[in-house]
Design a protein around this ligand. Structure first.
Ligand SMILES: Cc1ncc(COP(=O)(O)O)c(C=O)c1O
Length: 441
């Protein structure tokens, strides 16, 4: 008998579906990592959304805290499963100052181990198995598993555009488009339960304007559909006023946190996700949170959330870090400066090679169009090109197949996981690859 038969239905599915298709190659690339002197022909993994831009700054701070302070009593015991009270207070103050720019009450927060866990918990508490979450494409591939594997929700990839340039003045997600999706979902026997937006977006780096968020919130509230904005990249913003970048933003959109609109409306239909994995570059700490004025949702989260809670030690360390506003201010500023430098290295090289890319407002990515090099418009050709890039030049991009977008040949590059010299090396290799492709075509 096959060993998977010993598992539940969910267990069988989980044993056969890797969380992402590029993980094996990621581990392989990391084993043979590029080093300018010791391993100049090594691989450069640029597929996993890590932010290593300012880790040394944070590490120093954390080490100082753990060296100079006794661990408080409460750390060794159970605490509120939705987050230790002092940690909730410290995070609420941090988010109010830096992200939402408006007071955010600590009682409106519920924490779990990373945004992954928060997404799963939220989907579980708001949706019934078989319900649908609508997400504008392209979007984070792992949403599918987060909302699907345990909560049993389906993902609907809403196509808002075909070509990159159509995104230049914003994501054209309209009430008409949502209405059409709603009808389609209902015809298939499911319920449109939630709309998930990511701002800044993964992979495009696009953001939603305040007026757009207002229109979408109106529509969702009117139709009794939950609107959740994932601001996991909310502080990882590019300086779009940089003289070398300005030209890419003829009609710049201003970033305004969804938290502001939520504070004005206090609606049970509006929610926000955040995590420390990206902006603070500590994906390994596993800290994510839901912000909502829906009291029953927060209570449900608390009652069902112990299995997902964050270690008290982690909460204590991070509350001490967050309390130092001056440090957080300089940390965020430094991260944004370095992120903008990384972004410039990448887009300057893409411009030289005439490779189209999406002008980004934030996130850790550049979303580029390599469709010119596809042998045909199929997923197979896209997969082959992705592998060819890895095998020929040792640069591992994120494959595009899980992003749910209709156009083939777009790839995501993570720009914050390697230092600037390594990023330049990667771009040099991509340049050579493009030139040789153009010569042979
Ligand atoms: C949009 C989005 N949501 C959630 C996550 C998962 O974050 P975490 O590490 O906090 O679970 C990621 C990670 O890449 C992401 O890009």
């Amino acid at each position: 008998m096959s060993k998977t038969k010993l598992l539940s239905r969910i267990g069988q599915k989980a044993s056969q579906n890797p969380m992402r298709v590029d993980l094996e190659l990621y581990y392989e690339a990391e084993e043979n990592r590029y080093q300018p002197k010791e391993n100049p022909s090594g691989k450069i993994a640029m597929n996993v959304a890590e932010n290593h831009l300012c880790w040394e700054m944070l590490r120093e701070r954390i080490q100082k805290i753990t060296r100079e302070n006794d661990i408080p009593e409460w750390v060794a015991s159970y605490t509120d499963p939705a987050g230790a009270p002092t940690f909730r207070e410290a995070t609420a103050a941090f988010l109010s100052k830096f992200l939402t720019k408006i007071h955010l009450p600590a009682e409106s927060l519920a924490f779990s181990g990373g945004a992954t866990s928060v997404i799963e918990m939220t989907a579980f508490l708001l949706g019934n198995p078989g319900d649908t979450a609508v997400i504008p494409a392209p979007a984070y591939p792992v949403y599918t598993g987060d909302i699907g594997a345990l909560p049993g929700l389906k993902r609907f990839d809403l196509q808002t555009h075909q070509e990159l340039e159509e995104l230049n003045s914003g994501v054209s997600i309209t009430a008409e488009l949502l209405q059409k999706a709603k009808e389609e979902i209902e015809e298939s026997g499911s319920t449109f339960r939630m709309l998930i937006l990511t701002s800044p977006d993964n992979p495009t780096g696009m953001i939603y304007s305040q007026s757009q968020l207002e229109i979408l919130a109106d529509w969702c509230e009117h139709n009794e559909i939950h609107l959740i904005v994932n601001e996991i990249y909310g502080l990882s913003r590019i300086d779009i006023s940089h003289p070398d970048l300005r030209q890419d933003y003829p009609q710049p959109i201003e970033f305004v946190s969804f938290g502001k609109l939520m504070a004005e409306r206090k609606s049970p239909w509006l929610h926000l996700w955040y995590s420390f994995s990206k902006d603070l570059g500590i994906s390994g700490f596993r800290i994510g949170l839901l912000h909502s004025y829906h009291e029953a949702l927060i209570s449900g989260y608390r009652n069902a959330g112990l299995g997902h809670s964050i270690s008290n030690y982690t909460q204590w360390v991070m509350q001490e870090v967050l309390k130092d506003e001056a440090f957080m201010e300089s940390f965020i500023q430094k991260t944004q400066e370095r992120l903008t430098e990384s972004y410039l290295i990448v887009v300057n090289s893409l411009r030289e090679n005439h490779i189209p890319y999406q002008a980004s407002y934030g996130s850790l990515f550049v979303w580029m169009d390599l469709s010119l090099f596809l042998t045909d418009e199929s997923e197979k050709a896209e997969q082959e090109l992705w592998l060819e890039i890895y095998q020929e030049i040792g640069v591992l991009l994120t494959p595009a197949n899980g992003f749910g977008h209709q156009k083939r040949g777009l790839f995501r590059m993570v720009i914050s996981g390697v230092d600037h010299p390594t990023l330049k090396e990667a771009m040099g290799r991509i340049q050579k690859f493009c030139q040789s492709k153009k010569e042979t075509s």
